[in-house]
Design a protein around this ligand. Structure first.
Ligand code: GAF
Length: 375
């Protein structure tokens, strides 16, 4: 993120204008297309999206903008306004998993995927400007992928269907960034609507946009970035995913959702599994139940009742799925001890952010008097 990333993100229009300006500064000519996409915070439904389960993300006001123009010299030239990122130039013909690496792998991977699906993109110039904190579990990579996919689809004259943009981003993340992620982040970034949570069933792809207005219930949804930078490409995420897939295989199901639907009772499923896989399955199945409860509460206007489900979801991620870390646990415990309605880690884990649901009056009474805008 740039220095501006923080509680007061720029609007989509402001960010797009900043990306246009930055593009011209870097490439010496105006951009032909600019797209923005938001980061996301997942309210609940963690590590369920690669198990055919349910998720409930919300778009952040923080966005990423990508400005683009075609080139006829066969090169891809990538600039990012983020500190500590160097520009990257290479022949489009040289794009492959691992080349380029680092931040450029995401936009370059999207370009490679679009070209592989037949898009006419012989060369491109890109410029990226973002207010989404990187490595904070808030889908900065999905925002970058989806904004890049939208801008490049425009250049190639392709219909920018949100699900297609999301799928292109997901493939880029798998093949070029090396993270075997599920479908949540890219779909959230491409499909979430303002003031709604997106109930996404990753088994059948159905989407339900549920009105979500914490402020109207006298509450605030806060996102606390622990600044413990999470990395999903180092294998711990992939190992959890492999464990879940192994459990589904042992249960004779395509995924854990199918196993859950078939038996109805998680306890009877658990007994059939090796001890090391049981906690993973217990988390995934209990998390789907929590998502259903939270969705029901939101539909009934019961925002406050969501709090305890967030906190029990955190305990499950910490104790059963083992993807939390001490800093995140401290933030959750401190928030709850200070009177929050509930709190949990959000995103892949191993660091990143905590989402806190609190009564607005409690937040305003903080020692510093500093208030963040509610989402
Ligand atoms: C990361 C992944 F990218 C998502 O697909 C999801 O699995 C999440 O971790 C955990 O819920 O954000």
């Amino acid at each position: 993120p740039e220095a501006g990333a923080g509680p007061d993100p720029r609007s989509s229009t402001e960010l797009a204008a900043a990306a246009r300006q930055f593009f011209e500064r870097c490439h010496g000519a105006p951009a032909d297309a600019v797209w923005t996409a938001p980061g996301r915070v997942n309210l609940i439904g963690e590590h369920t999206d690669y198990n055919g389960g349910l998720v409930l993300p919300v778009a952040l006001p923080h966005r990423t903008a990508v400005a683009a123009a075609p080139r006829d010299d066969g090169l891809v030239v990538l600039h990012s306004a983020a500190r500590s990122t160097a520009p990257v130039t290479l022949p489009v013909a040289d794009l492959r998993p691992g080349t380029p690496d680092g931040w450029a792998a995401y936009p370059a991977g999207v370009l490679a995927e679009l070209r592989a699906s037949g898009a006419d993109l012989p060369g491109v110039s890109l410029a990226v400007v973002s207010d989404v904190p990187a490595g904070a579990g808030l889908s900065s990579s999905a925002a970058l992928e989806v904004a890049t996919a939208g801008a490049l689809a425009d250049l190639a004259g392709i219909d920018a269907d949100p699900r297609m943009l999301a799928e292109t981003g997901r493939l880029a993340e798998h093949r070029y960034a090396g993270v075997p992620c599920g479908v949540m982040d890219q779909l959230a970034v491409a499909c979430c609507r303002a003031d709604h949570a997106l109930l996404l069933d990753t088994r059948d792809g159905s989407q339900d946009h549920i009105p979500f207005d914490a402020g109207a219930a006298g509450c605030s949804l806060l996102v606390v970035d622990t600044r413990v930078r999470h990395r999903l490409a180092d294998g711990a995420y992939a190992r959890r995913r492999a464990g879940c897939e192994e459990a589904a295989r042992l249960l004779g199901a395509a995924d854990l959702r199918e196993a859950e639907q078939r038996t109805g009772a998680p306890e009877s499923v658990l007994a059939a599994l090796p001890a090391d896989l049981r906690p993973l399955v217990r988390h995934v199945m209990s998390e789907n139940t929590r998502v259903r409860r939270v969705a029901r509460l939101l539909r009934a206007g019961g925002v406050r009742g969501v709090g305890p489900l967030l906190t029990s979801g955190h305990a499950s991620l910490r104790d059963d799925f083992a993807v939390s870390c001490p800093e995140v646990d401290v933030v959750v415990a401190a928030a709850v001890a200070a009177g929050a309605l509930g709190a949990r880690m959000t995103g892949g884990g191993f660091g990143g952010s905590v989402v806190v649901l609190a009564e607005t009056a409690v937040r305003c009474g903080s020692a510093t008097g500093r208030t963040n805008p509610p989402l």
